[in-house]
Design a protein around this ligand. Structure first.
Ligand SMILES: NC(=O)NCCC[C@H](N)C(=O)O
Length: 310
């Protein structure tokens, strides 16, 4: 395989090398007292402060050796769309990058519709092919790669079960198995990273009440499983987080490398931080204020393009 072919893909749980971010200079001031709910914000952001915090986060990634690409440097034909997409910074929801190319989301109707057009152009200009894109009437806002062999898809309020069903066979051309989770349809569980995330090969955080049903799907069979038992059988320890931690994006962190994360300082309680420290986990904390307006975590702000084994 040539070097350029290996410069994207996030299946490996090793080091985070390259990400895509978007600082929403053109769109954020459009979010007002009248429309912030329509725009899926929790409150009206302080624009200057939001952009400052976003830059601090980008700088933190660079200091940890991560290459940071910006949407504005790669969007050409779609540049005009940047002014009307205030949620474009939450790039994590718009695509998942495999070593075969991007699984491009189909954002729900409303304020986020159209983000995928920008992301498609940007990824193409970066040199990342599109492995799969959905039809315009479908709904799919991301999934989680657990390992080179396992993809996890959660049915949330931002996806349609039919869309997910139609994607299984394509997903199974890359992954040996798909874990499909039915979660409660509520904003607090809007995307998969709100209920589960892996810290290393053998450790993960999760919010048990969100796992209503879990299914294991491979090319031959489909069966209901107990999510925890299945992962414990693969020697993965699952640490449950509390209701409050889940609401504070407890599972939604950015793994820099196994057992080394960037996370909001307010996401986890002292008790969980202690459990993680005892297992050798290092957390680099970031304090958000204006960033909280958008209702997303640092992970949501980060489209991970490339991770390597080491
Ligand atoms: N993965 C995530 O949970 N993303 C956060 C997205 C926040 C955005 N304002 C939204 O509601 O879609």
């Amino acid at each position: 395989m040539s070097e350029s072919k290996t410069m994207f893909g996030t299946e490996e749980l090793g080091r985070l090398r390259k990400v895509l971010l978007h600082n929403p200079i053109e769109s954020l001031s459009a979010v007002s007292e009248e429309n912030y709910k329509y725009h899926l914000f929790n409150f009206v952001p302080n624009v200057d402060q939001y952009l400052r915090e976003h830059e601090q986060y980008a700088q933190m990634l660079r200091e940890h050796g991560v290459e940071v690409l910006l949407v504005r440097d790669y969007a050409r034909q779609t540049k005009d769309l940047l002014a009307r997409l205030p949620n474009l910074p939450y790039l994590h929801d718009t695509a998942v990058i495999t070593s075969k190319g991007a699984i491009l989301s189909e954002m729900c109707p409303g304020t986020r519709a159209g983000e995928e057009l920008v992301v498609k152009e940007v990824l193409t200009n970066i040199g990342i092919p599109i492995f799969h894109e959905f039809k315009t009437q479908e709904q799919f806002e991301g999934c989680l790669i657990l390992s080179p062999s396992t993809l996890m898809i959660v049915n949330t309020e931002r996806s349609s079960p039919n869309t997910i069903e139609g994607f299984f066979s394509k997903a199974l051309t890359i992954f040996a198995e798909v874990i499909y989770i039915e979660a409660p349809q509520a904003r607090r569980y809007m995307h998969a990273d709100m209920i589960f995330n892996r810290i290393s090969e053998d450790l993960a955080l999760y919010f048990p009440p969100a796992f209503l049903h879990a299914y294991l799907i491979n090319r031959q069979t489909r069966k209901e499983i107990n999510f925890k038992t299945y992962l414990v059988g693969k020697s993965i320890e699952l640490i449950p987080i509390s209701d409050e931690e889940q609401r504070n994006w407890g599972c939604s962190f950015v793994p820099l490398e196994p057992k080394k994360l960037i996370h909001y300082d307010l996401a986890l309680t002292i008790k969980t931080k202690k459990l993680l420290k005892e297992r050798g986990v290092q957390i680099h904390e970031f304090h958000p204020a204006a960033l909280l307006a958008g209702g997303g975590s640092l992970r949501c702000l980060t489209l991970r393009l490339w991770r390597t084994t080491f």
